[in-house]
Design a protein around this ligand. Structure first.
Ligand code: ADP
Length: 474
């Protein structure tokens, strides 16, 4: 079912018309009440003076009935009542058919005080009968009565002009609604939604928050478009880089394999050498594929907001004992350090992080492996962990070649290497620090690089302070 679209013009019409109707109703009701009370009081005055005239006439002549029969007082009814309340004469009915009038308030009051008046509702339309009675010199009472239009009958009488007024109001409201809604809409239509803040000065005050919100959303949209464009560019670069990085070892492998299979390498020592090269290149390929997979999982975990929950594609978050992680990495890299002539040492202090063990292991491994590979002969690498200002940290310090200040941010980009040939020669994939960066982000940790060319590098990863409470679990 489609929603009924509301029109502004309709709403304005309904409001204007309703206001007009309320005004018409209030004025009609109040006006009718006023007119009716004015008519009643005028009729009272008229009856009053007519009563004086009738009394003067009756008191001055002996034959009351004769005078009354010949009196012309418009629509005023006259009744002559004897001292005991019996009706002696009535201008509109047979006197002997009428009941005793002694108890009528106006008559009783006239007998008692010489004059009396009363007012009684007569019909359903609210007509009222007005009475004025006066005592005559001979002890009888003459009563004058007049019917006066009631509240309802006046109102009913006003209906035709009221209907015309309502119709007129409807027409005026319609025209006013059309004009008003057009006038209201005009400033809204003039708003340039591409530059909403420019319109703030000319807009209605009520529109300002909306215009400001549109502007904020516009800016946010622009920012998101930029981020999307950046992401797209990075994705395309990454794909191009991966293809290139995968191709290099594959070309080497197929080249060596072709040489061997064509029988061109007959010498057994050469064959072994080529097989060894194939083995090395395959190893590089495996390392590369593993790093790409880890990064892709990290990307997925970041996109999918489960990254902040306990489960993700990378594994389950659990309390990880950092000294134990450092120890594992130490044992894996001990020989590599030896081969490179570098002294590897661990200085662990109690620290626990809520994280994914495999990722934290990879983070430490990549930092330590770089520290060994980009070191100098007889250099040293120290892995540390502990608590600093209530927050767990891991740091890897080396006495290696160092990273120039302008390179310190770039080295965390995918496939960025300061010295490409040295990286390849040392078995690097160009993805180690990118994995470190994303693994840190995944754990809400920050990374800081402290490095000087030719002197060495210290990379520190600081975890959020909340994790210290985990220490109490152990
Ligand atoms: P790679 O596989 O090439 O080591 P990484 O992403 O781990 O890739 O590192 C990127 C680049 O940063 C390296 O090629 C190297 O030039 C530089 N780098 C990383 N760690 C260190 C370090 N401890 N000392 C000096 N340079 C480093």
């Amino acid at each position: 079912m489609s929603a009924v679209r509301r029109s502004l013009s309709h709403r304005v019409f309904a409001t204007v018309f309703a206001v007009a109707m309320v005004v018409v109703a209030v004025f009609s009701l109040a006006g009718t009440a006023y007119v009716q009370s004015r008519l009643v009081s005028l009729a009272h005055e008229e009856l009053d003076s007519q009563a004086d005239v009738v009394r003067a006439a009756l008191d001055s002549m002996p034959d009351d009935k004769f005078i009354l029969r010949n009196l012309e007082l418009g629509n005023t009814r006259i009744t002559l009542i004897d001292t005991d309340g019996t009706v002696l004469y009535d201008t509109e009915a047979e006197a002997d058919t009428m009941p005793n009038h002694a108890s009528r308030p106006e008559v009783a009051s006239a007998f008692a005080n010489g004059r009396g008046d009363a007012e009684r509702a007569s019909t359903t339309l609210g007509e009222v009968m007005l009475y004025e009675a006066v005592l005559l010199e001979n002890g009888t009472v003459v009563r004058l009565a007049q019917e006066q239009a009631g509240y309802l009958s006046i109102l009913v009488g006003m209906l035709p002009p009221l209907a015309v007024l309502v119709a007129l109001c409807a027409i005026v409201s319609l025209v006013a609604a059309r004009r008003e809604s057009r006038a209201i809409i005009e400033p809204l239509l003039e708003v340039d939604l591409d530059h909403p803040v420019r319109n703030v000065e000319n807009a209605y005050t009520e529109m300002v928050p909306m215009l400001e919100r549109i502007e904020t959303q516009r800016q946010e949209l622009k920012r998101q478009v930029r981020v999307l464009a950046d992401n797209d560019r990075m994705r395309r670069e990454f794909t191009a880089n991966i293809t290139h990085e995968l191709k290099t070892p594959l070309t080497a492998i197929s080249g060596y394999a072709e040489l061997i299979s064509s029988g061109m390498v007959s010498d057994e020592a050469d064959q072994r050498d080529f097989a060894h090269r194939i083995f090395n290149e395959a190893g590089r390929l495996t390392a590369l594929v593993n790093d790409i997979l880890t990064l892709s999982n990290l990307d997925e975990a970041e996109r999918d907001e489960a990254g902040s929950s306990s489960d993700s594609v990378l594994g389950t978050r659990e309390p990880v004992d950092l000294p134990r992680t450092l120890d594992t990495v130490y044992h894996r890299l001990e020989t590599v350090a030896d081969v490179n002539g570098v002294t590897l040492s661990v200085k662990p202090q109690r620290a626990i992080v809520l994280g994914v063990p495999r990722l934290l292991d990879e983070l430490v491994y990549n930092l330590a492996s770089n520290a060994i590979r980009y070191n100098k002969p007889d250099g040293s690498v120290t892995m540390r962990c502990g608590m600093e200002d209530g927050a767990p940290f891991i740091s890897v310090e080396d006495t290696g070649i160092g990273i120039a200040p302008e390179e310190q941010e770039k080295v965390f980009e995918r496939f960025y290497r300061v010295d490409k040939s040295r990286s390849k020669e040392r078995g690097g994939t160009g993805l180690g620090l990118a994995i470190v960066k994303h693994a840190a982000v995944f754990h809400d940790a920050t990374i800081s690089v402290d490095s000087a060319l030719g002197e060495g590098t210290t990379i520190t990863v600081r975890f959020p302070a909340g994790d210290q409470e985990l220490g109490e679990l152990f």
